[in-house]
Design a protein around this ligand. Structure first.
Ligand SMILES: Nc1ncnc2c1ncn2[C@@H]1O[C@H](COP(=O)(O)OP(=O)(O)OP(=O)(O)O)[C@@H](O)[C@H]1O
Length: 271
């Protein structure tokens, strides 16, 4: 019994815990043999080639997908035994799929504030002023406070990404999941986003974070851990400084890659 209690206490400290996870679809193994844990104060980056299973992993952590086998705990709750509609408001999630679902005529402030009501699209009720104040604060913190009254469809890619990050923070989540937030941004937009995400990562009050990216250049300073995925399996996982090496990147991407570090940023190229 004491053993059972200690296992439960450990799970309570973990924001995400995967044990022996496999996800199969149409005969393909999207994820296999995956064990992975995220603790409260950790900020993880997930890297891997196209099709490695990164988005599938985020969907598990977002309680949007169940494993075919193995167990997934999110915020101490086991998927399959919890009402996901109660769990999801505790998780912030941004992805290209959410971007595509925002009506273009929606006001930027409403895109953010409606997260608190778990809806996308115009909400007929009047929002609580505390909520609209919080939405404005979040937009301000992401450097787009001046766009609160604009229609979402008129924003640039970078402004949309920042709007969706503000939306994902609206419910004060305990876990923040970011799927390729810098995709499609120009160099200035990427650098700006990396700096904003770095401030968030370094904020001790910010939620645990998992960031999926294709590029080591996009890893914001302050991120602490890395998971390298290849063909649905973990190639390496652990502290960023231990995991992010030329050898591990080369094994993950199947090419001879050279990883270089400049200050608190990373760069990679083929040798
Ligand atoms: N319903 C499905 N049936 C069969 N295969 C699927 C299904 N959904 C996803 N896959 C495959 O699973 C693999 C992992 O997909 P996933 O989107 O998780 O990869 P990813 O690492 O996020 O890729 P990318 O970097 O290209 O976004 C891909 O090869 C994809 O084609």
């Amino acid at each position: 019994m004491a053993h059972v209690n200690s296992v439960q206490e450990n799970l309570d400290d973990l924001v995400v815990h995967l044990s022996g996870v496999e996800v199969r679809r149409g005969g393909n193994k999207l994820l296999a043999d995956l064990d992975w844990s995220v603790e409260l104060d950790e900020r993880w980056v997930v890297l891997g080639p196209n099709g490695a299973g990164k988005t599938t992993l985020l969907k598990l952590a977002a309680a949007e997908l169940h494993p075919t086998s193995g167990t997934v705990h999110v915020l101490g709750e086991r998927l399959g035994r919890v009402d996901v509609f109660e769990l999801r408001p505790r998780i912030g999630f941004t992805s290209a799929a959410i971007n595509g679902r925002v009506p273009p005529e929606e006001k930027v402030r409403d895109v953010v504030v409606s997260a608190g009501y778990a809806v996308l699209g115009r909400w007929r009720e009047v929002y609580d002023s505390l909520d609209t104040d919080r939405a404005d604060d979040l937009l301000g913190a992401l450097g787009i406070g001046h766009l609160a009254g604009r229609m979402y469809g008129t924003l640039s890619e970078g402004e949309r990404k920042r709007t969706l990050i503000a939306r994902s923070l609206m419910t004060d989540p305990e876990l923040l999941l970011l799927d390729e937030p810098a995709a499609g941004l120009d160099l200035g937009g990427r650098e700006d986003l990396v700096a904003r995400l770095s401030s968030l990562a370094l904020d001790p009050d910010a939620p645990a974070m998992v960031l999926v990216t294709h590029h080591v250049e996009e890893i914001p300073p302050g991120f602490t851990h890395a998971l390298l995925l290849g063909e649905g399996r973990a190639v390496a996982a652990g502290l960023l400084d231990d995991v992010l090496t030329s050898e591990n990147l080369s094994a993950t991407f199947g090419q001879d890659l050279l990883l270089e570090r400049s200050g608190d940023r990373f760069f990679a190229r083929r040798r």
